[in-house]
Ligand binder design. Structure first.
Ligand code: SAM
Length: 252
């Protein structure tokens, strides 16, 4: 069943979904005095970081990391005049190298990024996060995860055809096992948004491309068009689901 009483735009849907995740996380912490240092892993074009900067106006330090210099430059242009936000061209495998290791992270978000990480990068990132977060700190993950059966039947595609770095699909069990082994406790795990809403949003994405590029688009956009169609089918068949996970850094 759909969660949305009326159709909403992709931007609005993403915003609402982040709000729901932060409300869930707030049940396990984030209260007074609120986070003092936040990290957004794979910060994309910066929408989540901008939202977090608004939601936590007293947080003096929000870091964003990304491997895309182009996206980081865009993030910087969209967040002028604040020294609260720091942007780093940094692979998630190198989180341990981020500056100011004496100031632990209270809140880390990773939304839509882990799926792109090879397992070795994800495992290094999880171990580094465990070292860089304060005990009781919260990790908020949003990720499309696949059933074990789907992953077992997956055919590898040629590396040069993997424009979106989607070859590293993961299961819920793998993602959460790594977190448990590296020092986290899973506090909340749920499918969010619903299969129907998630499928509708990826089909909206596809139809945006169909409308604007009916005669064909650049290879990356064509890859997004194909991915969106295939993902919508996988969501509706329950071979894939978008999961919200809130994990707490355990006391050592
Ligand atoms: C699907 S986007 C999600 C962006 C953003 N978190 C959001 O919710 O809109 C995935 C992001 O992860 C970044 N990324 C991919 N691999 C990465 C890595 N190894 N280390 C850091 N960032 C990475 C990509 O450049 C991209 O910005």
């Amino acid at each position: 069943m759909s969660d949305s009483p009326r159709p909403v735009s992709l931007d609005e849907a993403g915003h609402r979904y982040l709000e729901r995740q932060l409300e869930t996380a707030a049940e396990f912490g984030l209260g007074d005095p609120g986070p003092r240092r936040i990290l957004d892993v794979g910060c994309g074009w910066g929408a989540t970081l901008r939202h977090l900067a608004d939601v936590f106006p007293n947080c003096p330090r929000l870091d964003g990391i990304n491997v895309s210099a182009e996206q980081l430059a865009y993030c910087a242009r969209k967040m002028p005049g604040t020294d609260r936000v720091r942007l780093y061209l940094c692979d998630a495998a190198d989180i341990a190298e981020l500056p100011d290791s004496d100031q632990p992270y209270d809140l880390v978000v990773a939304r839509g990024a882990i799926t792109h990480f090879p397992p070795r990068v994800y495992e290094s990132a999880a171990a580094a996060l465990a070292r860089r977060m304060r005990p009781g700190g919260l990790l908020v993950v949003s990720e499309t995860l696949y059933s074990e059966e789907f992953l077992a039947g997956q055919q590898p595609s040629p590396v040069d055809a993997d424009h979106l770095a989607l070859e590293h699909r993961k299961s819920l069990r793998y993602l959460t096992d790594v977190l448990r082994h590296t020092g986290f406790r899973i506090r909340d795990e749920r499918v969010l948004p619903t299969q129907e809403d998630a499928a509708r949003w990826v089909l909206d994405l596809k139809s945006n491309i169909d409308v604007h590029f009916p005669q064909g688009a650049s290879p990356p956009l064509e890859a997004i068009r194909n991915m969106a169609g295939a993902l919508a089918v996988a969501l509706l068949r329950h071979e894939a689901s978008v999961h919200s996970i809130v994990a707490e850094r355990r006391d050592t």
